[in-house]
Design a protein around this ligand. Structure first.
Ligand SMILES: NC(=O)c1ccc[n+]([C@@H]2O[C@H](COP(=O)([O-])OP(=O)(O)OC[C@H]3O[C@@H](n4cnc5c(N)ncnc54)[C@H](OP(=O)(O)O)[C@@H]3O)[C@@H](O)[C@H]2O)c1
Length: 260
């Protein structure tokens, strides 16, 4: 299926590894020009052909740096994937253990970074009648697993996507949310990831934790998600083939969220 993404200019945030890297790779394979932002752009990102931009997206000026890089290289912007996020290294800590700074860290990474990049990108997306896709989480709808600050930030992100879609879709800009369940990236499977911290707390090995994660979270498919699956869903939603899809939140969670 030709997704019609050839020649489109896309910014992907959090593009050095995991879901962002898979998305940069998939968009590049579809013929898009990708600008990938991360604090430490990786060799794998460069290998996709993307233009790497080294920025900490929690810094206030970083959104302008990313936009300037995209516009200088390609003169336009069509697609924005707000993928940057994570639990800021908190792990499965309870509410009482979360400090003000922890809440601010998590909201900076998962919400404010996306708000700033989207605000800087919007005039250009209005001009190109482009698309915004935000990467949220099943935690936004089902905030059962700590830290609650992460789920709350993702719930806010999902709400921002819905509200922005209402505002800008009549002007030609679609806004989508994709909400993954446990996906096999560093966030879960890396040496400092959720799995490792859960293993340390429970006495299990990392492999045991990762093998048990799908059942623990209630996934019906029994397997963690491959980041390439999330990237493929994003590519479809970003493409003109999804021209009538806007404002919606798309679960990719192995059936973990049961609510209708
Ligand atoms: N993995 C899952 O199970 C899962 C489930 C639901 C939702 N999600 C969401 O999916 C998105 C991607 O997660 P992932 O699993 O792919 O995580 P990951 O493997 O940890 O990758 C996170 C990416 O974000 C970048 N990043 C982090 N903080 C940054 C900052 N302050 N400024 C710039 N870049 C930053 C990282 O690069 P640098 O370190 O080089 O900056 C990296 O490229 C996140 O929003 C996450 O919340 C993940």
């Amino acid at each position: 299926m030709d997704l019609g993404l050839t020649g489109k200019v896309a910014i992907v945030t959090g593009a050095s590894r995991g879901i962002g890297l898979a998305t940069a790779r998939a968009l590049s394979a579809e013929g898009a020009h990708v600008v990938g932002a991360a604090r430490k752009p990786s060799a794998e990102l460069e290998a996709t052909g993307a233009l790497p931009v080294a920025v900490d997206l929690t810094d206030r000026g970083s959104a302008d740096v990313v936009l300037e890089a995209a516009l200088e290289a390609h003169g336009r912007l069509d697609l924005l994937v707000n993928n940057v996020g994570g639990d800021a290294g908190l792990g499965p800590v309870g509410f009482a253990e979360l400090s003000d700074d922890d809440w601010l860290d998590v909201f900076s990474t998962n919400l404010f970074a996306t708000v700033r990049v989207t605000r800087a990108a919007l005039p250009h997306l209005l001009e190109s009648r482009g698309v915004v896709a935000n990467v949220s989480s099943i935690g936004a709808r089902q905030p059962d697993f700590p830290p609650v600050a992460y789920n709350a930030a993702k719930a806010a992100l999902t709400a921002v996507g819905r509200g922005l879609a209402t505002e800008v879709s009549p002007l030609g800009v679609r806004v989508l949310t994709v909400s993954p369940g446990p996906t096999r990236t560093d966030m879960w499977a890396g040496p400092d990831g959720i799995g490792a911290r859960f293993a340390a707390a429970s006495g299990l090995t990392l492999d045991q934790v990762l093998d048990g994660a799908p059942e623990h979270v209630g996934m019906l498919t029994g397997a963690m998600i491959d980041p390439a699956e999330v990237a493929d869903l994003l590519c479809y939603l970003l493409s003109p083939r999804a021209a009538s899809i806007t404002g919606s939140d798309h679960l990719i969670d192995g059936g973990a969220v049961r609510a209708v």
